[in-house]
Design a protein around this ligand. Structure first.
Ligand SMILES: Cc1cc2nc3c(=O)[nH]c(=O)nc-3n(C[C@H](O)[C@H](O)[C@H](O)COP(=O)(O)O)c2cc1C
Length: 259
């Protein structure tokens, strides 16, 4: 099983890499894993220019031609993804944020449906919860199943035994969760209500704003879900009822009538 680990730290062999290596050790005891490390800092990744083309028209209209596509290809080729970042002022690193912003269209049109992943962050002490939650929500919006969230404390001084043991236990637990789902990677998880809801919201919005968001419209039209899946009848009915309420509450957000 091929696991790609993306390191969002500007420090090559820093704490995030060290934590990811420990995760690798745990996983290698559990199965036949091959790890590849991709350091964002080594790639030519330019800042998003804010043209909105990737979202409205498609990634092929992005004016920047750099290494983004090399990284995306590596993600596609891997069976699983570990996304790692240091906590920088209570959030992910700027490097990782650049990478995420350059793929803003993926939150509208996910491409990694059902792929297994986990998120990992290291911190001197604060910001774990916020950082992991953000990383999780991004990967979920790209279509990944996030199997584990792991926050490691790596203060800039020698750790007490309690912290070392806690870190070890967290890595072990996350490795166990990731491994369990990786071994079932060909079996898609059942469709969660919130994912179906999100699908239907995007689908409805894309229909209403098709002349402004043609890429979304093309992507969502005629789809029952992001991929062939069984959606149970209760989920469908509840979603349609809530959708009506959501659209009522959001009624002022659509485009103005043409004069
Ligand atoms: C610019 C910067 C901002 C940081 N912000 C925080 C923070 O908000 N909270 C925290 O607990 N640690 C913070 N840290 C500490 C790092 O999160 C911690 O050292 C991390 O393990 C570094 O990982 P790395 O070696 O992979 O880069 C910060 C470090 C730097 C360099």
């Amino acid at each position: 099983m091929k696991v790609l680990t993306i390191i969002g730290s500007p420090r090559k062999k820093g704490n995030s890499y060290q934590a990811a290596k420990k995760l690798e050790e745990h996983l290698k005891h559990k199965g036949d894993y091959q790890f590849e490390y991709l350091f964002l800092k080594n790639f030519n990744l330019q800042d998003c220019k804010g043209c909105f083309n990737c979202i409205s028209r498609g990634i092929e209209y992005c004016p920047i031609k750099d290494d983004l596509y090399i990284i995306q290809k590596k993600i596609e080729e891997a069976d699983g993804l570990v996304l790692a970042s240091p906590v920088y002022v209570m959030h992910i690193s700027a490097l990782l944020k650049t990478f995420i912003d350059r793929q803003a269209y993926l939150c509208h049109r996910p491409e990694f449906n059902g792929k297994k992943s986990m998120v990992l962050c290291t911190t001197a002490g604060l910001g774990i919860k916020e950082t992991l939650k953000y990383m999780e929500s991004v990967l979920e919006s790209w279509g990944f199943e996030v199997t584990a969230k792991c926050g490691i404390v790596t203060a800039p001084w020698p750790p007490k035994t309690g912290v070392t043991n806690k870190n070890k236990a967290k890595l072990q637990k996350s490795a166990d969760k990731f491994d369990k789902r990786m071994k079932k990677r060909n079996k898609k998880a059942s469709i969660r209500f919130k994912n179906y809801m999100s699908f239907r919201i995007f689908q409805n919005v894309s229909e209403n704003v098709k002349e402004y968001m043609p890429a979304d419209y093309q992507f969502y039209k005629d789809k029952k879900y992001y991929y062939p899946a069984h959606i149970n009848v209760i989920t469908r009915i509840t979603t349609e009822i809530i959708l009506r309420l959501v659209f009522f509450l959001m009624r002022d957000l659509g485009p103005a009538e043409k004069k």
